[in-house]
Ligand binder design. Sequence first.
Ligand code: SF4
Ligand code: SF4
Length: 385
Amino acid sequence: MVSIKYKLACVVWELTLGCNLKCLHCGSTAGGRRAEELSTREALDLCADLKKSGCLGVALMGGEPLLRKDFFEIASRVRELGMELSVITNGTIHSEEIFENLKKLKPRAVAVSLDAADPALHDKIRGAAGAFEKSNAFINRCLKEGLPVSVITTVHKLNIGELARLRDFLKGRGIAWQVQTAGGEGGRFSKEFLLDPEEFYSVGLFVEACRREYGPEELPVIGAHDLGYNSRLLKNVSLYEKWEGCQAGVSVAGVRSDGGVMGCLAINDEKFLEGNVRRKSFYEIWNSPDSFHFTRNFKKDQAGIICSACSHVETCKGGCNEMSLMKTGAPHNDPYCFCRLEKEIFRDELKNPLKNISLKISGLAGGEAFRKLGRMFSGNRGDKP
Ligand code: SF4
Ligand code: SF4
């Protein structure tokens, strides 16, 4: 029976950890394959098991998922079973066959990573000469073929200065743009490149400014779901109107290429492995009362010192657990939520009731703008909802 309490909206599936690039910020330090990645047979069985678990959509990522020879066999099975498909790729692997097959799959999104408009900087971050040229050609070909192409930009100190150039590079081209921030889990990434609090907040400000200046038709841009939230000022960053807390194990799950199941692959910590599909089916793991304790059974008294006294804690549950773990070593204690950052950054203004007035002036995007943006990020880019 499909879980009534926890409806599985999306599974992010790392098809392989193998990758042809060596991105500095890669949270899972992809390059070589994991030992004992799932075989084609096991992957196809998992597709059926995800469907049985009520999964609505699957995002295939890596490593670089297109390196798997059976990529289209697995992706086709996802679609045959009636689940939505998103493909997250570095965009450096091209062939006529790839574009033909992608078109047949009618994916919800084909997301390509682009970290700078400056080719040399993108190549430096991605660890491969010529990566920008290939990824840009991939994006252009997707546009030509009418595929719903997105760009994902991962921001850190090396490329925060590129955001405005990327905006100018992408706007007006029908490309949905997701801006996210780098975590510190990867083995190639020096923590000195992580954004400091003001820089992190400025990424939210940048997205907000873009959303106020450009309509969703000209520049459909969102911050990642865990960028900020509970802000008093910024109402146009994410694709939801209210942050409902970390969804790891609540409405989303991740599957590693060796069959390991986690609430969220970004956490990248073995302690948060809930099981392996080789030993227990995904269906059993998802429906077990013993799974995903950290989010499903959250109690207010589990919140860390940053969050325990916050008025949002009951619904927010201490924010993004990946960020919380990375910064504080414990879940439910995210120091980078916009609620807290604003208290720090605008401490003086918040004390002053006159200045405080200006903090309340925040232009809401409004329902129609949200709906239009939602269409750009759902593969349905026509005028009709
Ligand atoms: S302080 Fe913690 S509970 Fe409050 S909004 Fe931020 S992350 Fe959420
Ligand atoms: S840990 Fe953070 S990135 Fe992962 S699902 Fe939760 S909020 Fe999202």
